[in-house]
Design a protein around this ligand. Structure first.
Ligand code: GFB
Length: 326
């Protein structure tokens, strides 16, 4: 099945300054889409329904990638729960509602793999949603992300809106957040190894025990999957997006060490939380549709480190919260 997405379509990328939004904009421009619409946070507060309605009326988007939100790693999620639930609930609701009011043809909403129960069977199938309790360190964020799926489904059922949902695994790549207090593990460890190397230190601290397992997808692969789903998927159920492969945090740290700072010693800080023991997505629904990831983890880490080295000074000035990813 192929759904028409003409190069002239007016496409709004909500959250274009974040990891995911920036990758989708890059991808759309590479493919020759000439009407990519964006708005900065200063121009449009996505938590304000009246402002969002006004913006949709003025700009008339036909397709929407809803990838905006307040995001962060395990520490930011556990210390700023109010921001994570309020900002995300509001942003999802205002954009979905305005898209309905203003006749958007298709909308893709991006959730997160933390929507699934903490202790669900692995790999995680889409139907495990709402079958058990969530991981406490990110429950407020996960509740907001589950609400986004339910919004899309409710607007489809009541109003016939063609709104779809994709649930990505942990992401990384250029334009990630490298701030140690708010980032996810991969950019955090890349930065820690880099700082250790440049300062001549031989020790790098890894939070938790190193035993949790995570799956990592390069954001350019995610952008590719988002376009693929926009063109080939129009069903009610959400779709997992990942590689189908995971590794332990210790193994991830060892890989980053090889690329960034060979010889550094790993020290584990068990005072920091581990979070969910394992999050490996079952990607058979996506594979059956005809999409597979292309960028291997080692290759993706090497190219992201190259990007980081070239952009590090700029990144060091940013906190990255209120950016966009899953
Ligand atoms: O990536 P991360 O912050 O988030 O942490 P989650 C993954 C694992 O890496 C945890 C460990 O076990 C962390 O304890 N870790 C080790 C570190 N060293 C570090 C470090 O220096 N920084 C960080 N951040 N972690 C998030 C959720 O969960 O994943 C969000 O909180 C969202 O809601 C996102 O779903 C994708 O994978 O545990």
């Amino acid at each position: 099945m192929a759904i028409d997405l003409p190069r002239s379509a007016r496409i709004y990328v909500a959250g274009h300054r974040g990891l995911v939004g920036a990758a989708i904009v890059r991808r759309l421009r590479q493919e020759g889409f000439g009407n990519v619409l964006t708005a900065t946070r200063e121009q449009l507060d996505l938590r304000d329904q009246a402002a969002v309605n006004y913006w949709f009326r003025a700009n008339r988007p036909e397709h929407v990638f809803l990838v905006a939100g307040t995001v962060g790693g395990i520490l930011a999620n556990s210390t700023r729960p109010a921001e994570f639930i309020y900002d995300n609930l509001m942003i999802h609701a205002t954009v979905v509602h305005a898209a309905h009011l203003h006749g958007v043809r298709r909308l893709l909403y991006l959730g997160s793999s933390c929507i699934y129960p903490r202790d669900c069977p692995q790999p995680i199938r889409e139907e495990y949603l709402l079958t058990g309790l969530l991981e406490p360190t990110n429950e407020p964020y996960a509740i907001a992300k589950v609400s986004g799926i339910k919004l899309c489904q409710a607007y489809r059922r009541q109003y016939g809106c063609d709104f779809i949902s994709a649930m990505p695994t942990n992401l990384y790549g250029p334009h990630d957040n490298f701030d140690l207090q708010s980032s996810h593990v991969l950019p955090a460890l890349m930065r820690k190894f880099h700082d250790a190397r440049t300062a001549g230190r031989d020790e790098v601290t890894i939070w938790g025990t190193g035993s949790p397992r995570r799956e990592f997808l390069h954001v350019d692969d995610l952008a590719d999957a988002c376009l693929f789903l926009m063109r080939h998927y129009d069903q009610d159920e959400h779709v997992n997006v990942g590689t189908g492969e995971d590794l332990s945090i210790r193994e991830l740290a060892e890989t980053l060490r090889e690329v960034v700072a060979p010889g550094a010693r790993l020290v584990f800080d068990s005072g920091k939380p581990d979070g969910t023991p394992r999050k490996l997505l079952d990607v058979s629904r996506l594979h059956a549709l005809g999409w597979r990831h292309r960028i291997g983890l080692r290759e993706g880490i090497e190219s992201t480190y190259e990007w980081f080295r070239q952009n590090h000074d700029q990144q060091a000035l940013q906190t990255g919260l209120h950016a966009t990813t899953a």
